[in-house]
Design a protein around this ligand. Structure first.
Ligand SMILES: [Ca+2]
Length: 477
């Protein structure tokens, strides 16, 4: 027998044994797909025991690892900025959202995950909502590392009309476009087109940021009927989830199912790491946690998150350690074989060994919000170290009191003092945001300075044809 063959056979059983274990060193450069829901209540989807039918999300969650202590920020833009920069909003200029008529966006010197993954050889696309600057060209997705963008720059658009008030907000690659249809379905269609058109082996990063299930709730009438007919869709500490809300989420689940099918058809699904999370606590109560969107109580900042990559991330598991949305940046960039060398220091930590269940989370602190940022829309100042959490002037022990009902500040003056001192130290590290000023070009037809300066001929007549157009104009003058 050939010596090398003999040696190979000798070690063959070992090789087989190890093939069943997830590899210690992850394979480099998986495709990365991030599904981000908007304002989803934690107890609505099926995989969290909710009344909404979400078979596709349920299946993905079951095939992956769920993080039970995953933190975002309490409103939209701060979370999106933290995800894309690996840095807290008090550093990247996004403690306050870009409002409708607003020129401010995320600070321009921030390096985004899309830029970093592009440098690592990825194709990058944002399908959906941006909300990190509505106006100047330099703020928009194509200038922040995305090869392709389809969807909206801001927030709060109507699902069919694509307007916020009387302003239009629907674009493909920096052009104002008219496409009839329901936003959630259109995102699925765009994903299918991108997937079908791929003719390269380069890895991809597709960030799919739904406007669902943010208000103004709207969904296809047949779906709304389906939920209207059901009695007792109790949710949110006794509040009944409305048929519109549930139908909006149901649609999102169907869209995700279409995107999974598109990846399967292309033969790339098993080479793809999928992450799902929600951008802030739902706008109702989020049991078992206190409060919701706009609050730094757990209900506002602790959201469902799961990671799916069979063979690499355990299936049907939960991980209980503390993870913050900034951690995705270094984790994903390391998986992509990218570089973390950059002038702006990261708040995020590589969590691959946590996601794979090999090690407990190394994170000991999460900063939810500092005092004095913007209009204060992120809620009361709050920081958590271990199980101790400061919210405004109250101190809670999450290990015994995850519902944050009992203020222990008076009984634990040293911890209270220590957390307050840490807050003050971080306030000194804050970087000033861009100035929030009104968009100067009026009348404004469409978001994006360049696009508003060159509106397509159909736009004004289209806006005038929308129901309530005259009223919206008067209100938003
Ligand atoms: Ca949101």
């Amino acid at each position: 027998m050939n010596f090398f063959l003999h040696i190979a056979l000798l070690f063959a059983p070992l090789v087989v044994l190890h093939a069943a274990d997830p590899p210690k060193t992850p394979p480099k450069k998986p495709n990365i797909v991030v599904f981000l829901a908007d304002d989803m209540n934690r107890d609505y989807p099926g995989f969290n025991g909710g009344p909404c039918e979400t078979p596709n999300l349920d299946q993905l969650a079951k095939e992956g690892t769920c993080l039970t202590q995953f933190y975002v920020h309490s409103v939209c833009s701060p979370t999106r900025a933290a995800f894309l920069t690996g840095r807290y909003p008090f550093r990247n200029g996004m403690e306050e959202r870009s409002h409708g008529n607003d020129t401010a966006g995320m600070l321009s010197d921030e390096r985004t995950l899309a830029q970093a993954l592009k440098q690592a050889g990825y194709d990058t696309a944002l399908i959906g909502k941006w909300h990190l600057g509505n106006w100047y060209q330099r703020q928009l997705p194509l200038q922040r590392g995305f090869d392709h963008h389809y969807g909206l720059y801001g927030a709060l658009i109507s699902y069919n009309g694509k307007t916020r008030g009387q302003w239009y907000d629907w674009h493909r690659d920096g052009e104002t476009i008219r496409e009839d249809g329901y936003t959630t379905d259109l995102f699925a269609g765009e994903f299918e087109r991108l997937m079908a058109a791929r003719n390269t082996d380069r890895p991809f990063f597709y960030y799919v940021a739904f406007n669902a299930m943010h208000s103004p709730y709207d969904a296809p009438s047949a779906l709304v009927e389906k939920y209207r007919k059901r009695a007792g869709t109790a949710s949110g500490a006794g509040k009944k989830a409305s048929a519109q809300e549930l139908a909006t989420l149901d649609s999102m689940d169907t869209a995700i199912g279409r995107m999974i099918a598109a990846m399967k058809a292309k033969g790339v699904l098993e080479k793809t790491l999928i992450i799902f999370f929600n951008d802030n606590g739902g706008s109702n109560e989020n049991p078992p946690f206190r409060s919701g969107k706009g609050s730094t109580y757990e209900g506002g900042v602790r959201v469902p998150c799961f990671i799916r990559w069979p063979g690499h991330v355990p299936t049907d598991k939960t991980v209980d350690g503390m993870v913050h949305v900034t951690d995705l940046y270094p984790t994903l960039l390391n998986l992509a074989g990218g570089s973390l060398e950059q002038p702006l220091p990261l708040d995020g930590m590589d969590m691959w060994d946590v996601f794979t269940g090999r090690k407990p989370s190394p994170r000991t602190e999460v900063v939810h919000n500092l005092p004095g940022g913007g209009t204060g829309e992120m809620g009361e100042m709050s920081i958590c170290q271990g199980s101790w959490k400061l919210v405004g002037k109250a101190l809670y022990d999450l290990s015994n009191d995850p519902g944050e009902t009992t203020d222990l500040a008076a009984k634990n003056p040293d911890i209270y003092k220590k957390l307050n001192a840490r807050i003050q130290q971080l306030v000194a590290e804050r970087r000033p945001p861009e100035k929030h000023m009104n968009i100067p070009d009026k009348p404004l037809l469409v978001f994006g300075e360049h696009e508003n300066a060159h509106p397509p001929a159909w736009l004004q007549p289209y806006l005038d044809s929308l129901p309530g157009a005259a009223k919206a104009k008067t209100q938003q003058k």
